[in-house]
Design a binder for this molecule. Structure first.
Ligand SMILES: N[C@@H](CCC(=O)N[C@@H](CS)C(=O)NCC(=O)O)C(=O)O
Length: 190
């Protein structure tokens, strides 16, 4: 497997999951300054011209949540995903997609001090925090004692916020982020 990678990009999230899964993979460095992510070759892998992208034999996968789902399913022994048909599977997929569909843009609105227009498809920042708090419950992870790829994807949204110097001010979420950042294989930004 090849992960198209830059240490200062969202590809660090995919790398974290590959490491948690114990996967064997190769990093293909992409220089964003040289616009290597906009070359015709790279656009054949990810037509959006963005990182991350993963190539596994004939399979190509792009968008962070899709990569997380793909990798967690490929390494069942790492126990990072509920199996197809398991009752937890629906909530697991929902939380993974929710991370970039709603958490990420509402954090963006918050950090850029923009009002959230509901027509855009995501909720305002405080409503998003309420939802995450409710899903996290007593933790320590989104599925209680079971750490899954959903923690990697959704937690990364808050780790990015933390890296930019911002805490949520919600004790349960901030403690969750502390736990995620303390994981030995956790997200490392270059
Ligand atoms: N929704 C995408 C976002 C990907 C994304 O925006 N990647 C950034 C790096 S963090 C990128 O490639 N930016 C370069 C560009 O858009 O030119 C995902 O989750 O994979």
């Amino acid at each position: 497997m090849k992960l198209y990678f830059n240490p200062r990009s969202r590809a660090t999230i995919a790398k974290w999951l590959l490491d948690e899964a114990g996967a064997k993979y190769e990093l293909v460095p992409i220089d964003l300054g040289k616009r290597e992510h906009k070359t015709p070759e790279y656009l054949k892998i990810n037509p959006a011209g963005k990182l991350p992208a993963l190539v596994d034999g004939a399979a190509r996968v792009f968008e962070g949540p899709a990569i997380c789902i793909y990798v967690a399913d490929k390494y069942p022994e790492a126990n990072l995903a509920p199996k197809i048909g398991a009752p937890e599977r629906g909530r697991y997929l929902s939380l993974l997609v929710y991370a970039t569909a709603q958490v990420e843009p509402s954090v963006g609105d918050h950090l850029m001090k923009q009002q959230t227009a509901p027509q855009r498809g995501w909720t305002d920042y405080e409503s998003m925090l309420n939802a995450v708090e409710s899903e996290l419950g007593d933790g320590p992870w989104l599925f209680g004692d079971w750490f899954t790829a959903a923690d990697v994807m959704l937690g990364s949204m808050f780790i990015w916020m933390r890296i930019q110097g911002a805490k949520t001010g919600r004790a349960t979420i901030d403690a969750y982020v502390d736990r995620l950042m303390a994981r030995p294989k956790g997200l490392k930004v270059g």
